[in-house]
Ligand binder design. Structure first.
Ligand code: PHE
Length: 354
């Protein structure tokens, strides 16, 4: 028995893999294994012999079984170590970002605007693209007879005959989000609302769907001076250089006074460069929120005042990244996207894209 024990424990220790180990198990403790055969001989022994040999054989069998189990674990551990060693992967290597596509310039600029305004304390508010007529127009001081409604080339949602609920429209601007935000939060408030807007118009500089970012700041003593500072701060961060603005008196039903804002640019060499030269480019509409608009949104115009602006995201994306045709934004042409798109792994920041 001592010989058997030495033989098998030694062989188990030497076993190179699971197959060799399994062979040893069969040889030793399998049905016709050496130790199993010895156990069968117990029947031929005298009771005295059996009393000694029985427990000894059982102990031997147990010992070999546990040696087999221990070796099995050791082999599995070694195999895992070997796999970990050969399948080692350097997760700090740069990823192949082409594989995960590109970020559309609109999304990129949307994120850049959010980052810059967030840095100035503006939070993001959103509203529905299919908007109630009241939010898109009436609450913004554009009653039904107002010519601004016709000028906006509005898409009206179809209503079944006999359905006399007020109409819904595809929002023509992001200004209705002003109303929804003030209704929800009251004053003081400081929000931007980036989003899609719709107008029935199509040529090189107009698409039926485009993007705006609305700005709204209401407090007790906000003035046009704050508006000018915020916009200049925004454009300087966005274009990465100091950008002058020019305010031109204008008219919007929802602001009083109203101003269209131009940014400084040059057309030298046939391409537009922002932040230099003596030319001006119109980029947004703005003004002090009309008291009627505050009142419509449940904010007391005797106590609160502030500014609002609405800017074209597509427009400022074209300016910053030298994209000549607005329509190409929405053609879903992969070659265009690969050229103008951004790395999906590049997180926009207030200095993003500069
Ligand atoms: N909503 C206006 C437009 O779409 C822009 C604007 C917003 C003007 C806020 C003034 C104040 O043209």
């Amino acid at each position: 028995m001592d010989d058997l024990k030495a033989k098998y424990l030694d062989a188990i220790g030497q076993a190179a893999d699971e197959t060799a180990l399994e062979e040893l198990r069969v040889q030793a403790v399998g049905k016709k294994g050496e130790i199993s055969l010895k156990m069968r001989e117990l029947g031929k022994m005298t009771p005295e012999e059996r009393q000694v040999a029985g427990p000894a054989l059982n102990a031997l069998k147990d010992e070999i079984n546990s040696a087999l189990a221990a070796k099995k674990v050791a082999l599995a551990d070694a195999a895992l170590d070997e796999r970990l060693r050969t399948e080692w992967l350097d997760v700090t290597l740069p990823a192949r970002d082409r594989r995960v596509g590109t970020v559309h310039p609109i999304s990129q600029v949307w994120e850049e605007c959010t980052a810059i305004f967030a840095d100035m304390g503006f939070s993001v508010a959103e509203g529905p693209q299919i908007e109630e007529d009241w939010y898109n127009f009436d609450a913004l001081n554009i009653p039904s007879h107002h010519p601004a409604r016709a000028e906006m080339d509005t898409f009206y949602m179809h209503r079944a005959e006999g359905d006399d609920r007020p109409p819904h429209v595809l929002r023509t601007h992001t200004s209705p989000v002003q109303i929804r935000s003030m209704q929800a939060q009251g004053a003081p408030i400081r929000t931007i609302s980036p989003g899609r807007v719709y107008r029935a118009d199509y040529d090189q500089t107009h698409t039926p769907m485009f993007h705006q970012v609305e700005g709204l700041a209401i407090d007790r003593d906000i003035s046009m001076a704050n508006l000018k500072w915020v916009l200049e701060e925004f454009f300087s961060a966005y274009f990465g250089r100091s950008v002058k603005t020019r305010f031109r008196a204008s008219h919007f039903p929802f602001t009083e006074p109203s101003a269209e804002v131009d940014i400084q640019c040059s057309w030298e060499g046939g391409t537009v460069k922002v932040g230099e030269g003596d030319d001006w480019l119109e980029v947004l509409g703005s003004g002090m929120v009309h008291p009627k608009v505050l009142a419509a949104a449940g904010v007391d115009p005797e106590q609160w005042q502030g500014f609002a602006f609405g800017m074209g995201i597509d427009r400022i994306a074209m300016l910053k990244y030298g994209i000549p045709d607005l329509r190409a934004f929405f053609d879903s042409d992969l070659r265009w996207l690969r050229h103008y798109g951004f790395s999906a792994l590049q997180v926009p920041t207030i200095r993003g894209g500069i």
